[in-house]
Design a protein around this ligand. Structure first.
Ligand SMILES: Nc1nc2c(ncn2[C@@H]2O[C@H](COP(=O)(O)OP(=O)(O)OP(=O)(O)O)[C@@H](O)[C@H]2O)c(=O)[nH]1
Length: 603
């Protein structure tokens, strides 16, 4: 077992794109932890999607050995995701560490997640090593950024290190600072086992691989273990460490970070934040902080064609093996048939799931507009939770509706403050709570806002309003009473449930108008006229008509060239594949996607 004095457990925290992954890459090189022939950029971002989008979705731990003045130190680094949807993983990673390297892009300065994650690190009592990255960039604003970081943490400016993760300059100083400034882990090998699950991933061949940090006790092969929140027992088949490839070991002791394979079938059996103990001599004190994460955003997913339902089901089940936050249950829609109602952590998470379905499982899907979850108090005194517009009760049954609110923090140069404030107050039903200074000409604004307004395209809007300089973060506050109405779309007088959406009363007209206009544009002409209507509170509040088709498409080619005619028929066949018949009207997939967009723009 490793002497804990020579162990350091740290996580990397930063705003998205400030350079965590690149930093870890340099450390792997510097400590010669990866065969240089195998070293490729961003070694840790393993999923294709991660590499393409340049974002980290799953936290990947790695152990390196660093020789500091003749003594070998084991440094466990947990690379954490920076995006707001995945912040729960960041806080779990922190619970597995004693220290954090805070990375700030010198050309950007501190941003919303820098602040949010720094506060989290302080709450978790981590020793923070602050580092200014990208000092090689010509537009690096070194002095100003140093000051911002110093102010944020309340430390002298000189304590903030400078590096370029790209060129490698200053990276070794950061390693030295980790050894010097981060306290070694504590823990008693003779106490009952307490290991924190900070991540888990599903492997086709091995089943679930659980990432753990040992706090007390020793974990060995063949041990009987117990996962405390589920009370499930398993036998350990293999344990090991990350180098970053997985290497088996005999035991893991206090302070160590590694993996466990124990015949666990799904990642949802080994939830992040849970405690593993020994089944024969269990601890009676689980590690603090476990909480069940609930989805924030819901949408229905239907197969592109009805016959792919089983395939969609299987693919979702496979995704779920590796994505503990994804929830789904069967649903039916009169318009789209059988599908699934899914819960996501946020829009990025939803997008990632859709892309993975299409890319890894090669199935095309129709996804309905995202919704948050509402609490509805019915006239009969019952309270129900609704996350699907199709299941929203009729207005005459409703006593009150409550919607989720978040505390939204935005950090921006003061120049854009006015616009952001006006937009949030006028368009997003938000109220300003208070503001704080965040360095020269920068400010943090705290708002109370409905989650539904924030999960929409707000992030893009914020970037556009601030030329990319403002950033945001949010956390749940609770439910508040609100006036929510259901907007039903009728195509050729038939309600299409998959197009219906829930909106705040004040926005019903604008959203309705945009929706019907857009649909009228996207649904092709038919032999008959098609009215598209939007209904709310029992009344039609917007309408657009699609004129009847005057001529048969083929009429144009009558007597003409045969191949051209064939081509046209071929094309029509192809087009048909992409259409969904509803009533007598064919609705193309783009129409559903457009709803998604408009729903987002206007909510
Ligand atoms: N010029 C310069 N570019 C850098 C430096 N460090 C990182 N980058 C670049 O900045 C971009 C983002 O770096 P990543 O390492 O992917 O950032 P990240 O913080 O891991 O991003 P997420 O995992 O998505 O949160 C990449 O294009 C890197 O090549 C640096 O020191 N100098």
């Amino acid at each position: 077992m490793k002497d804990t004095r020579f162990i350091r457990n740290i996580c990397t925290i930063a705003h998205i794109d400030h350079g965590k992954t690149t930093f870890v890459d340099r450390i792997l090189e510097l400590t010669k932890s990866v065969d240089p022939r195998k070293m490729h950029e961003q070694f840790l971002d393993q999923m294709d999607l991660e590499r393409e989008r340049g974002i980290t979705i799953k936290a990947q731990p790695v152990k390196v050995i660093y020789n500091y003045d003749g003594q070998d130190y084991e440094i466990n680094i947990i690379d954490t995701p920076g995006h707001v949807d995945f912040s729960y993983e960041v806080s779990r990673s922190m619970a597995a560490c004693e220290g954090a390297v805070l990375i700030v892009d010198a050309s950007q300065g501190i941003e919303a997640q820098t602040v949010a994650h720094s506060y989290l690190a302080i709450e978790n009592e981590l020793d923070i090593v602050p580092v200014l990255n990208k000092i090689d960039l010509p537009n690096a604003n070194i002095e100003e950024s140093l000051q911002q970081v110093a102010d944020l943490l309340g430390v002298p400016k000189q304590d903030v290190l400078k590096m370029s993760a790209k060129t490698g300059e200053g990276v070794e100083n950061v390693l030295r600072a980790i050894v010097e400034q981060v306290r070694p882990p504590k823990g008693d090998p003779n106490k009952p086992l307490r290991a924190l699950i900070f991540d888990a991933k599903y492997d086709k061949y091995r089943g679930v691989i659980v990432y753990v940090r040992i706090f007390d006790g020793v974990l060995k092969k063949k041990d009987q273990i117990l996962i405390m929140s589920t009370n499930q027992k398993y036998e350990v088949e293999e344990i090991g460490i990350f180098t970053p490839t997985m290497v088996p070991t005999d035991s893991l002791g206090p302070g160590e970070v590694g993996y466990v394979i124990a015949g666990i079938k799904e990642v949802s059996e080994a939830k992040v934040g849970d405690t593993i103990t020994n089944a024969l001599s269990p601890t009676d004190e689980p590690l603090p902080g476990y909480r069940d994460v609930k989805p924030m955003v819901y949408a229905s997913v239907f197969p592109g064609l009805p016959e792919y339902y089983e395939e969609l089901k299987k693919s979702l089940e496979k995704l779920k093996l590796n994505d503990w936050a994804l929830t789904f249950e069967p649903t039916t829609s009169p318009a789209l048939g059988f599908g699934f109602r899914c819960g996501f952590l946020g829009l990025l998470h939803m997008d990632v799931v859709r892309e993975r379905l299409e890319r890894e499982f090669e199935i095309s899907v129709i996804m309905t507009a995202p919704n948050v979850e509402y609490k509805v108090l019915l006239r009969n005194g019952e309270t129900i939770i609704v996350n699907d517009p199709a299941k929203f009760p009729e207005e005459d049954q409703i006593e009150k509706v409550y919607e989720p609110y978040v505390k939204l923090s935005i950090i921006t140069p003061t120049d854009y403050m006015g616009n952001i404030l006006t937009h949030l107050q006028n368009e997003r039903r938000a109220t300003l709570q208070h503001t704080e200074n965040a360095g020269k000409n920068r400010i943090i604004m705290y708002f109370k806002a409905p989650l539904a307004e924030i999960i929409s395209d707000f992030f893009d809007k914020l970037k556009a309003m601030s030329r990319g300089y403002a950033s945001m973060d949010y956390e749940m506050m609770g439910f508040e009473e609100s006036e929510i109405v259901k907007l039903t779309i009728l195509v050729n007088r038939e309600p299409v449930d998959a197009l219906s959406t829930l909106v705040h009363k004040s926005k019903a007209y604008t959203v309705a108008k945009k929706l019907v206009d857009k649909l009228a544009e996207l649904i092709p002409r038919h032999q008959f006229e098609i009215p598209i209507q939007a209904k709310a509170s029992g009344r039609i509040i917007a309408r657009a008509d699609i004129k009847a088709l005057r001529k048969d498409v083929l009429a144009k080619c009558y007597g003409g060239d045969v191949t051209r005619k064939m081509k046209l028929l071929e094309k029509q066949k192809e087009g048909k594949k992409k259409l969904r018949e509803i009533g007598q009207v064919s609705i193309p997939q783009e129409a559903f996607l457009a709803i998604l967009k408009i729903g987002q723009e206007e909510k």
